[in-house]
Every structure is written in structure tokens, then in C-alpha cells.
Design a binder for this molecule. Sequence first.
Ligand code: FMN
Length: 135
Amino acid sequence: MIHLYYDSKTGNVRRFVEKVIQVTGWSAQCIQEDMEVDTPGHLVTFTTNFGKVPPLTEEFMKNHNDKIFSVSSSGNRNWGRNFAIAADKISAIYDTSLAFKFELSGTMEDINQFIDIIKNQYYDSKRGSKKLDIA
Ligand SMILES: Cc1cc2nc3c(=O)[nH]c(=O)nc-3n(C[C@H](O)[C@H](O)[C@H](O)COP(=O)(O)O)c2cc1C
């Protein structure tokens, strides 16, 4: 079973994750301060304030990055070069694979693409790809 951790301030990431769950039956938890993390999983977050990582996400990754296979971010293309850049920043800091970027709560196409990436590329290893492992 694939597990998702997500951070959402205005509900877009939450809606994205809920749609993913509807399609896949995967499990998900909204990240909270000082939460216990036992299950390895994938992080879905958003980008805030001129390309920043949200504080709760930052704290979560500081404490639990060893359990996180990949990072994805919601954003808005109006922010140009800073579009969903929280995912790039987290990926660079923690050496976590960047899985996907999407706008707001994502289109159905985004959701299917995200599911496909998570299923096929990041299934069960921190540095990613089963495909690459056997290539
Ligand atoms: C104050 C503010 C700053 C934002 N800054 C960025 C940004 O730098 N880059 C980006 O791609 N999106 C930015 N956004 C857009 C959010 O990332 C986007 O709305 C996202 O879907 C929010 O997720 P949430 O609804 O789950 O909180 C910003 C939104 C707000 C309100």
C-alpha cells in the first residue's frame, strides 16, 4: 500500500490527494507538528511566499526525510520561475526524488500522471526508480 503525507493551507493539495485516493485506494495523512511517522511514504506539498517551502513541511522533512521516497508540489504558473519550486528545494536539501509539480488542485490528467509516476518510478526505494535499479 502506498502512503502519502501532505501539507495544505487553502485546500488545493488536500483536494488533489483526495482525488488520488479515490482512484487508487492509497492511504494519506495530513502532516502535523510533532507527528509520529512510522510508515514510509511520499510527500505532497505546496509552494508559498515567493518560492518558499511551507514551515510545517520544512519541519516535517527535517525530522522525517529518511522515510520520504519522493516530493511533489502544487503551485501556480503565475509565479513563473518560482512555480512549485518548493519541490526542487526539498529535493536539493534532502536528496529526495522530485516526483511531480502541478497547478492548484490538479487536473484529472495531472492526477493520473502523478499516480503513474509514483507507482512506476518510486515504488519502494528512497533513491527512486526500480526501473533504473535493474537497467
Ligand atoms: C501568498 C501566496 C504565495 C504563493 N507563492 C507561490 C509561489 O511562490 N510559487 C507557486 O508556484 N505558487 C505559489 N502560490 C500558489 C500556491 O502554491 C497554490 O495556490 C497551492 O495550490 C496552494 O496549496 P494549498 O491550497 O493546498 O494550500 C502562492 C499562494 C499564496 C496564497
